[in-house]
Design a protein around this ligand. Structure first.
Ligand SMILES: [Ca+2]
Ligand SMILES: [Ca+2]
Ligand SMILES: [Ca+2]
Ligand SMILES: [Ca+2]
Length: 313
């Protein structure tokens, strides 16, 4: 007598073949997936040769929709996700959740105008119902060499109320924390390393010795002319390339104090990181109602990006 095996894992898929034999197919893919076109999420593996995919056609969805951000209502220099969660139905036609097995895996299975020939498909199953949920989380950083938690200047645990230069961009997102048009990463990089720990944060450069590290000091050499105004040579919102003495930039040289009033802040670049997950639920393949499949985490070049913002001067 044929045994009916209990499903102990939602990853197990049971299919019945025409001759009545019961075959177990494990939906055992790794926890990352890819995306292409408008829009297919997919994962493939070689041994055994299988693919799992979710194609979404209605309503039309693109990767750009998933990564889209818009200015925050509270601060136009900050942004937030337009679509942190997208849900829809799987119907077996417009929105397709599909499992396939192959004789051997072929490259470029998805999103080609001309599908690869000789696919050698041995199983091809689609769920006629179910739902999908795409969840995106979004994070930003100024990538200035200072960990975000150390840019909590007032130490109250809120990273959004520390804005040393008052330009509207909180310090952990501000690559120029003191607003002097010299990047924090530049103002940290050249330090004495007196304590030999190679950590600029324990003894940040303080050229004029006033107790304020250069990256938070608006007059780094203490000569009375603000760093942002020490652009005697080229007025390009970058005092670090203005040299009267070839060995020392003017903004670090107290013997050169020529004021050329700045007219603008430099362009600020902010690093963006996205985490995208896709979960399908209440799916049903032939002969089995399978509950859930978690695609894992999206691997895509667009999950890391940058945006630029120029604070109002
Ligand atoms: Ca700021
Ligand atoms: Ca910063
Ligand atoms: Ca400075
Ligand atoms: Ca100077």
């Amino acid at each position: 007598m044929r045994k009916i095996f209990a499903l102990v894992s939602f990853l197990i898929l049971v299919m019945s073949c025409d001759d009545g034999d019961v075959i177990f197919v494990e939906l055992d893919f790794d926890d990352t997936f890819e995306a292409c076109g408008e829009l297919v999420f997919y994962n493939t593996k070689e041994s055994p040769a299988e693919s799992i995919s979710l194609q979404i056609s209605s309503p039309t969805l693109t990767l750009a929709d998933i990564f889209e951000v818009e200015p925050s209502e509270t601060n136009p220099l900050l942004v937030e996700l337009v679509n942190p969660e997208i849900q829809g139905n799987i119907d077996g036609s417009n929105n397709l959740f599909n499992y396939r097995s192959y004789n051997t895996l072929t490259d470029n299975l998805f999103c080609n105008d001309v599908p690869p020939s000789n696919l050698g498909i041995t199983q091809d199953l689609s769920s006629s119902d179910g739902s999908y949920t795409i969840t995106t989380t979004y994070a930003e950083d100024d990538n200035d060499g200072i960990p975000a938690e150390m840019e909590d200047i007032n130490g109250n645990g809120d990273l959004y109320d520390d804005d040393t230069d008052g330009d509207g961009l909180t310090n952990f997102l501000d690559p120029d924390d003191d607003g002097d048009n010299v990047l924090t990463s530049t103002e940290l990089i050249d330090y004495d390393n007196d304590d030999d720990d190679d950590d600029p944060l324990t003894n940040p450069q303080d050229t004029d010795g006033d107790g304020i590290p250069n990256y938070l000091d608006t007059d780094d050499d203490g000569d009375g002319v603000l760093t942002i105004d020490e652009e005697n040579v080229s007025q390009d919102q970058n005092p670090s390339n203005d040299y009267t003495n070839p060995n020392l930039a003017d903004y670090l040289n107290p013997d050169v104090a020529i004021m050329v009033p700045a007219t603008a802040y430099r362009v600020h670049t902010i690093t963006q990181t996205y985490e995208v997950s896709v979960i399908v639920e209440n799916i049903s393949f032939p002969n089995l109602n399978q509950d859930t499949f978690d695609f894992g985490s999206l691997q895509n070049a667009n999950t890391t990006s940058t945006r630029t913002v120029t604070p109002e001067f």
